[in-house]
Design a protein around this ligand. Structure first.
Ligand code: OGA
Ligand code: ZN
Ligand code: ZN
Length: 404
C-alpha cells in the first residue's frame, strides 16, 4: 500500500479524487446545531456539527494511507458543538470543537458535498445517467486497437457502455485471446458455470442452453437465474458464415418506461411480483426469484430480468394470474416492436459489449448447414465498469470533481 506522508493534523483529502475550489466561502455563522455557510454566489449551505465532525479529514480521523475513516461518530459527545470557526487565507474552514478536536475542511470539498436543496439537485444521486434509445440508435462503435492503446478512447467506450448500454468494437483479431485481453483492459471477468469465457456455437450432442442451438433466441438478459445478473456482457465473433443469426437489441429501460406510461397497472405487476428463473443442469441448479422489472429506492427502473426459456411456471395468487399474463404479454410484445429494435449482423472481428441488466439482446435463427458460426463471450459486473471509469476520470485534467 502506498502510504501518503501526512504530518499530524495536516489536512488531506479523505478521497483519492481532488475537489476543485470553484467557489469561495464568503461568510460562516454558528447556529445551534449547525453552521451556516454563505458562498460567493450567495448560495447558503448548512452543515450540521455531527456531519462535519463525522467527516473530519485529519490524520487522526482518516488513515492517511488508506484514506478510510478510523473515527466513529458515536464516539463524539452527543452535545458536540463548534466553539469557534474561522476562514483561512486559502479559503478552507477551521472548526474548533467543544471536545478539543480541530478540523480543517477545504472549500472545494465542502461545496462538492453540500446538502442544501440546490446543491443536492445539481448532483446525480446515481452513479450514471441513463440515455434511453430506440431503433434509430447510432450504435457507439470503437476500434479495438484504439481501445487497447489509448486511455481516453477506453474511457469514451466505457461511458457509452454505461450510459447507452450498447456498444460495438471493430477491428478485433478473430483469435481466442482478444476477448480476454479487451475485457481485462477494463477489469476482472465474472466467471460462471459456463466458464471464464463461454463459446456460443451449436453443440449438437450436448447443448446445455438454448443459446447453444441454432434456434432463434427471444429478447433476454443473460443469467437471470442469478441473484445478481452480470452487468456487462461481451460477445466476440470469430466466425459468422452461416445464413441468419442477426443480433437484435432493445433498450429494456425504454420499454419499461413505455409500459409504465401505457399501462401503470401492467408495469406495477411486473415490478411487484417475483418470477422464478432457473438454470437446470445435471451438475448445477441455479435459481433466482425476482421481479422482471427492478426498481431502485427512488422508484426508477434499475434492472430488467428476463429470459423466457429460463422462466419457471408463474407462482401467483389465482386472483392475479390473468392480469399478470396480460402484463407479461404486453412487455414481451413491446420487445418485438420495431420502434425499439436495433438489428445488426455481427461479423468476424467485431464484438458487442452491452449492459446485460438493461439492454435485452436476441438472435435470429441461423442455418447450420450454410456455414459455421462461432462467438465467444464473457461477463463483468457493473462495479468493475463504474470503478474503471472513475479511476480513468481521476487522472484526466478537467475531470476532477468540480463543484457547480
Ligand atoms: C447467448 C446469446 C447471442 C448470439 O449466448 O446468450 O444471446 O448471437 N447469444 O448467439
Ligand atoms: Zn479529525
Ligand atoms: Zn444471451
Amino acid at each position: 500500500m502506498n502510504a501518503i506522508a501526512s504530518p499530524a493534523n495536516q489536512t488531506f483529502s479523505a478521497d483519492w479524487r481532488t475537489f476543485e475550489s470553484t467557489h469561495r466561502l464568503r461568510a460562516v455563522k454558528l447556529l445551534t446545531d449547525s453552521l451556516e455557510a454563505t458562498w460567493d454566489d450567495d448560495r447558503i449551505s448548512h452543515y450540521h456539527f455531527l456531519w462535519l465532525r463525522d467527516n473530519c479529514p485529519c490524520s487522526q480521523c482518516v488513515h492517511p494511507g488508506t484514506r478510510e475513516q478510523m473515527f466513529e461518530v458515536v464516539d463524539a459527545p452527543g452535545n458536540l458543538a463548534a466553539e469557534s470557526i474561522s476562514l483561512n487565507a486559502t479559503g478552507s474552514l477551521t472548526v474548533h470543537w467543544s471536545d478539543g478536536h480541530r478540523s480543517v475542511y477545504e472549500a472545494g470539498w465542502l461545496r462538492s458535498h453540500a446538502y442544501d436543496a440546490l446543491s443536492r439537485s445539481e448532483r446525480a444521486d446515481r452513479l450514471y445517467s441513463v440515455r434511453p434509445w430506440e431503433s434509430d440508435l447510432l450504435i457507439p462503435t470503437f476500434d479495438y486497437s484504439a481501445v487497447m492503446s489509448s486511455d481516453p478512447v477506453l474511457l469514451d467506450w466505457l461511458l457509452a457502455a454505461r450510459d447507452i448500454g450498447l456498444t460495438m468494437l471493430t477491428g478485433m483479431p478473430a483469435t481466442g485471446e482478444a476477448l480476454e485481453n479487451v475485457a481485462r483492459r477494463i477489469s476482472f471477468i465474472r466467471e460462471s458455470n459456463f466458464g471464464v469465457t463461454f463459446e456460443v456455437r451449436t453443440k449438437a450432442e450436448a447443448a446445455d442452453s438454448n443459446a447453444y442451438t441454432a434456434l432463434e433466441l427471444p429478447a433476454h438478459t443473460d443469467l437471470p437465474t442469478r441473484e445478481l445478473q452480470p452487468g456487462l456482457q461481451f460477445l466476440h465473433c470469430l466466425i459468422n458464415d452461416a445464413a441468419g443469426g442477426e443480433s437484435t437489441f432493445v433498450d429494456g429501460f425504454a420499454i419499461a418506461a413505455t409500459l409504465r406510461a401505457a399501462s401503470p397497472e401492467d408495469f406495477r405487476l411486473l415490478c411487484e411480483h417475483p418470477v422464478e428463473f432457473w438454470n437446470k443442469a445435471p451438475q448445477s441448479d441455479y435459481r433466482s426469484y425476482a421481479p422482471i422489472i427492478g426498481l431502485d429506492s427512488r422508484g426508477e427502473v434499475s434492472e430488467i430480468r428476463l429470459a423466457n426459456w429460463l422462466r419457471a411456471p408463474f407462482n401467483l395468487p389465482a386472483s392475479e394470474m390473468s392480469a399478470f399474463y396480460r402484463a407479461y404479454r404486453h412487455f414481451s410484445a413491446l420487445t418485438r416492436d420495431s420502434r425499439f429494435i436495433v438489428s445488426r449482423r455481427l461479423e468476424a472481428g467485431q464484438m458487442w459489449c452491452f449492459d446485460n441488466r438493461r439492454t435485452m439482446h436476441a438472435r435470429k435463427a441461423f442455418d447450420q448447414a450454410s456455414g459455421k458460426r462461432f462467438l465467444r463471450g464473457c461477463y463483468m459486473d457493473r462495479d468493475e465498469l463504474l470503478s474503471r471509469i472513475l479511476v480513468l476520470q481521476r487522472g484526466e485534467p478537467g475531470h476532477s470533481i468540480r463543484a457547480a
